[in-house]
Design a protein around this ligand. Structure first.
Ligand code: ADP
Ligand code: MG
Length: 731
């Protein structure tokens, strides 16, 4: 009898909200725990402040004297804030962040301690990090890795610890994290975009890439979570029949937020604001118990740090409110999974939004230039972009009848599509497009554009949404940097190519804008395949995309191959300075990490599923079946044989049914264990991941099918695992 399940469910439904109130106004709270420029100005000398600012803005390196001065000011602030420890905070190639705390305390030689912190400790440390994934880089090259301060993301305090954002690299210079290549991609795209901007605005000195993420997540009651070993160990449910009611009434999206959840959200926002994260939007998502949080967009590196900080905050704060947050891409079968839309754009230091239409024909030519270059970049590297968001978890969303499909394409909306068509087909430099009222304009080059924001397409993995592109294929648990660095790199490469082509035409005597239009026209034709405004879920699109030559691979281990294509290696090596954003050695090492991570995730899921099937499900089903058999026997004792037989018809059917499912489960679990054994013997990391994908993973759904059928027939009181209807409806 599963009295535990009922006790836990009852306790979950009786839980009251933990009330949360902001101690101050948002504007007063905001960034109170961040060593931002305002704090720097207060705690550093003018000379030091200027040098740090130069380092933040222009990447200038800091001398040791300045570093010491910054460390001193930072320490003073941190101590005033009650901090006792400091840590280098970095993003290893896992889904989270890493930190190792050290106390400020240093022996003073007289039996006491003094608070000590230096420029050396601020700028560089050597974490004992041999257990972070590195794809063999460290064993092949140099045993040690070190973390180095990233002044462009400000230090912050969590609990009693000063956290210093850092990159993580090996002593031979290979990056072992997401931040180092992201920073290189940001400066690569800035450099390339400045070149193209100068056709229009010679005063531009810097181009920022911006990121605004929308984080989807589920909440479940902590007690229920604790009684689901699959959630606990894999982050998703490996079994569970659909609830009779889930999202079919579409009553959850933007619906009223349950009080308990609201208090969690408030708490998250308050703590986020203190850390300088501009959290702005909160709402229910499509599925029951699914929610979203989104900040205002920021510079890409900072925004990504803020996303990682937010995910960490969510995990902690959820527990304070008796919840667990599920960041997995597909925690529940049959209802929507979670993604993380990455809204991305470029903007100049002079305040021009390069992905937004302007007011004059010239501004709009610039706008179209950038839009077409982004399209071309996405077209050239569509397989790589998909690889950048491929993971065991995200595979459940991609191509699995849910947004987005496992094909990268770009939605542009009616107006831009028409404009591109007319540009492509125009012979002269004069372009005709329709304005919003359908009024025909015949103006030199490109007239004023009104982007219709209601023109949206939810099925597109890379949609233009008025002043930015929204990369929707990113997984909810992913580090945004993986996708953003590929996008930045691809756009940087493309802008460089574009500039060469335009310059070549100018050199031959073509007028500047005519040269630009000429190249744009060619590019629109070349990258046509990537532009798709239709329904991305449809079967027709899958067939069409294949015909157009877009990457349609659905197996994660094979998608990842895209990183090692010659075009990808060239992309990473040719953009981002001396050694490029990443070398082929780094790319190979990272792929090893990806294949290994994939294998481990499927391996763990297979073990958990096998265990639960054998020691939860089969025993319970057998026990229930025995009680039915007992009933059949007893009926025979008290009724004449014929009557007893007719009274037992239904139970006999169920008894047989249960046996069928139990046999199938046992047989398939054995097969799965066998498939694992075979896969485990494979030495090659890539081949092993492929074997896990092809032979182990397909067993999951078959086993689950039989378990879920049993859930429907077995006495509810005996069933030990909380059901979907209990997990999914917070009161
Ligand atoms: P939705 O797509 O759900 O309507 P919002 O309009 O609230 O979402 O915006 C989603 C995210 O896009 C927010 O983080 C927002 O700040 C960000 N965003 C808006 N404009 C830009 C831009 N030009 N570049 C990058 N991100 C942007
Ligand atoms: Mg959005």
């Amino acid at each position: 009898m599963s009295s535990l399940r009922f006790r836990v469910v009852e306790a979950a439904f009786e839980k009251k909200a933990v009330e949360v109130q902001a101690p101050q106004k948002t504007s007063e709270l905001f960034a109170s725990k961040v060593f931002n420029r305002a704090k720097m100005f207060k705690y550093l000398s003018v000379k030091t402040f200027k040098k740090v600012e130069d380092s933040i803005e222009n990447g200038a390196s800091l001398d040791s004297e300045t570093a010491n001065a910054v460390a001193e000011g930072m320490k003073q602030w941190a101590l005033e804030m009650g901090a006792t420890h400091y840590t280098h905070w970095f993003h290893p190639l896992t889904e989270g962040t890493a930190e190792k705390h050290d106390a400020f305390a240093d022996p003073d030689g007289r039996g006491g301690v003094i608070e000590k912190f230096s420029g050396k400790l601020l700028t560089q440390q050597e974490p004992d990090a041999s257990s972070f994934p590195n794809g063999g880089i460290r064993s092949t090259f140099e045993a040690r890795g070190y973390t180095a301060w990233d002044p462009s993301s400000p230090a912050f305090i969590v609990n009693d610890t000063l956290c210093i954002p850092t990159v993580f690299i090996s002593y031979t210079g290979e990056s072992l994290d997401y931040k180092a290549p992201l920073l290189k991609s940001i400066s690569a795209v800035s450099k390339a975009a400045i070149g193209v901007c100068h056709y229009f605005n010679p005063e531009v000195k810097k181009v920022y890439s911006y990121l605004g993420w929308e984080q989807e997540y589920f909440l479940v009651d902590e007690g229920l979570y604790a009684t689901r070993p699959d959630l606990l160990l894999t982050g998703r449910t490996l079994m569970g029949h659909e609830s009779s009611k889930n999202q079919q009434l579409e009553d959850h999206y933007f619906g009223a937020i349950p009080l308990r959840v609201m208090e969690f959200m408030k708490d998250l926002e308050i703590e986020g604001w203190k850390l300088g994260i501009p959290l702005k939007t909160r709402h229910n998502e499509v599925a029951p118990n699914q929610f979203e949080v989104a900040p205002v967009y920021e510079e890409c590196n900072l925004s990504n740090d803020h996303n990682l900080m937010t995910m960490a905050l969510m995990r902690n704060i959820a527990r304070k409110h008796g919840f667990r947050v599920l960041l997995h891409e597909k925690p529940f079968k049959g209802i929507n999974g979670s993604g993380k839309h990455n809204n991305w754009s470029l903007g100049t230091d002079t305040g021009i939004a390069l992905m937004a239409p302007g007011k004059t024909p010239e501004e709009n030519l610039r706008f179209i230039t950038f839009i077409v270059n982004v399209l071309k970049a996405v077209f050239r590297h569509n397989a790589l972009l998909k690889a950048s968001i491929a993971s065991a978890g995200n595979a459940h969303r991609l191509g699995a009848n849910e947004a987005p499909p496992a094909i990268i394409s770009s939605f542009l909306g009616k107006q831009i599509s028409e404009l591109l068509n007319s540009l492509e087909n125009s012979e002269t430099d004069k372009i005709i497009i329709q304005d919003k009222q359908g009024f025909s304009l015949n103006i030199d080059r490109i007239p004023e554009l009104f982007i219709d924001n209601t023109d949206r397409n939810r099925t597109s993995p890379f949609a233009f949404t008025g002043n930015r592109f929204e990369f929707r294929a990113v997984g909810s648990e992913a580090n945004c940097a993986a996708g953003m660095l590929v996008l930045n790199a691809a756009v940087a490469e493309q802008l460089n190519i574009f500039k060469e082509e335009v310059d070549a035409r100018i050199a031959k005597g073509k007028e500047k804008y005519a040269a630009i239009l000429d190249v744009i026209r060619k590019d629109i034709k070349e990258c046509k395949a990537i532009h798709f405004d239709g329904n991305g879920y449809s079967e027709e699109w899958k067939a069409e995309a294949k015909r157009l030559g877009l990457d349609c691979e659905t197996s994660v281990p094979l998608m990842i191959d895209a990183y090692l294509r010659p075009s990808s290696i060239k992309l990473f090596e040719s953009t981002g300075g001396d050694k490029g954003i990443m070398t082929s050695i780094e790319l190979k090492a990272r792929n090893e990490v990806k294949w290994e991570t994939y294998t481990k995730k499927i391996q763990i899921e297979a073990r958990v599923l096998g265990d639960l099937a054998m020691n939860h499900i089969i025993p319970i089903a057998t026990r229930y079946q025995s009680s039915l058999i007992d009933n059949v026997y007893k009926l025979r004792d008290i009724f004449p044989a014929e009557k007893a037989a007719s009274m037992s018809v239904h139970n006999l059917e169920i008894i047989e049914d249960i046996s069928t499912h139990i046999s199938a489960i046992k047989e398939k679990v054995d097969e799965m264990v066998e498939a694992r054994k075979v896969a485990n013997k494979i030495e090659d990391i890539r081949e092993k991941a492929i074997a896990y994908h092809d032979t182990v993973f397909p067993m999951f759904d078959i086993i689950r099918y039989h378990i879920d059928k049993l859930e429907l027939v077995v006495d509810d009181e005996m069933w030990t695992l909380p059901k979907y209807r209990e997990l999914l409806f917070i009161r």
